[in-house]
Design a binder for this molecule. Structure first.
Ligand code: ADP
Ligand code: GN1
Ligand code: MG
Length: 362
């Protein structure tokens, strides 16, 4: 990230209603989408430049986030919790908006920094993963009575795997960077498994899987873990909170966390699907949901894991073919490495399929 952008972040901070002096804004976190900065001072903040090519209507995104966080704050208050730590707090701009638009046309938004908490890019201990599962399950449960019809669809068809397959096929055909010839094996991997792209959407259309208010991006670095208690204290990155499927939320956590390697690990011998972590996450997620999932949803959890891993791998490959314009990359071939780890995990899940089914049945 450029020094220029750091300066712009610092300048944007001045347009928000905050008290006290603030210091430097420095790049923070390892998200793939927005530009995130930590703002120093007696009270610390997070300021983000929202990704404008992905979030075409930033005000709608912020509408969703203010709605959901106010709703959560009320529940947290009633339960005697700390509403400033257990969900995000949107800071308003000087003219009373949940974002500030700068002279470049970029939208910036600001939150309190969740202090005494950390987030992980990989599962370091089983306990962390288990606690994250409870917190993500609890998040779905807390939002079970949120008025879903008030939510904007911030990214159209976000987990419409079938539609994403079409985009992937177009990217293969267009091959704008001339990269397709070197990734034939990867392309075939997704084409050979096209049949799974429609399974969950079909079940939803038939009313077998209910639409709920879900997070849709439940990877481990989208949750803050309390340093003292080790509990999942605050679910962050609420850009994609929309009506969706619980099995997607479950599955996205699995594809990221139930792996022995990092999402972009180039050495595939280090990347294996860890069935024990799958079991642990299943237990935590179901505990967090506290009985709010239907039997069919529970039975489809393994499919959620497989489809989300497949979908994410296909999205990485699509982006690689299109010239790495969606996910941030820090080195050449990073999206291809990311795609390959997801492929490895899908292949492992296929081997472990019966065991996965058995675990959720139990
Ligand atoms: P992206 O959409 O790019 O993933 P996130 O909203 O997930 O952006 O933020 C990126 C990272 O910044 C997170 O993984 C986390 O490390 C950190 N972060 C974001 N918001 C907060 C917050 N309120 N308090 C502490 N850390 C945060
Ligand atoms: C992105 O924003 P971030 O880094 O938490 C992406 C997810 C992907 C994930 C892969 C809005 O998540 O859908 O699963 O990267 N978010 C968006 O790591 O596209
Ligand atoms: Mg994130």
């Amino acid at each position: 990230m450029t020094v220029e952008l750091e300066k712009r972040a610092k300048e944007a901070v001045r347009h928000f209603r905050i008290q006290g002096e603030t210091g430097e804004a420095r790049p923070w976190g390892s998200g793939h989408i927005n530009d995130t900065f930590l703002v120093d001072g007696a009270t610390r903040y997070i300021i983000q430049r929202m990704n404008r090519s992905i979030f075409i209507k930033p005000m709608e995104v912020m509408d969703n986030i203010t709605g959901v966080t106010s709703f959560l704050k009320e529940k947290i208050r009633k339960a005697g919790g700390d509403e400033l730590r257990e969900t995000l707090t949107v800071i308003f701009s000087e003219d009373g908006k949940p974002l500030y638009k700068d002279s470049f046309g970029d939208s910036w938004r600001m939150y309190y920094m969740i202090e005494d908490a950390e987030c992980y890019d990989q599962v370091e201990t089983e306990q962390v993963f288990y606690e994250s599962a409870k917190a993500f399950g609890n998040f779905v449960r807390l939002l079970s009575d949120y008025p879903a019809e008030t939510l904007h669809e911030t990214i159209l068809g976000f987990h419409d795997t079938k539609a994403r397959y079409e985009v992937f096929q177009h990217a293969v055909e267009a091959d704008v960077c001339g990269r397709a010839k070197d990734v034939q094996r990867e392309i075939s991997f997704f084409q050979d498994r096209e049949d799974i792209t429609g399974v969950l959407g079909q079940m939803q259309a038939e009313g077998k899987l209910p639409l709920r208010v879900t997070h849709n991006d439940t990877k481990l670095n989208n949750i803050m873990m309390d340093k003292k208690t080790g509990k999942g204290i605050c679910v962050i990155d609420l850009d994609t909170v929309m009506p969706g499927l619980s099995v997607h939320d479950f599955g996205d956590s699995i594809r990221f966390g139930a792996s022995t390697g990092a999402e972009d690990e180039p050495d595939l011998s280090k990347v294996n699907f860890d069935i024990h972590l799958f079991e642990l996450y299943t237990k935590g997620f179901l505990e967090g949901c506290q009985g709010s999932l239907t039997e069919t949803e529970i039975a489809m959890l393994p499919m959620g894991a497989k489809v989300m891993t497949y979908e994410c791998g296909m999205r990485f490959l699509t982006d690689y073919l299109q010239g790495d314009s969606y996910f941030k990359v820090h080195r050449k071939g990073q999206n291809l490495d990311r795609c390959r780890t997801q492929m490895k995990l899908v292949a492992d899940m296929e081997k472990d399929w019966r065991q996965m089914k058995r675990i959720v049945q139990e």
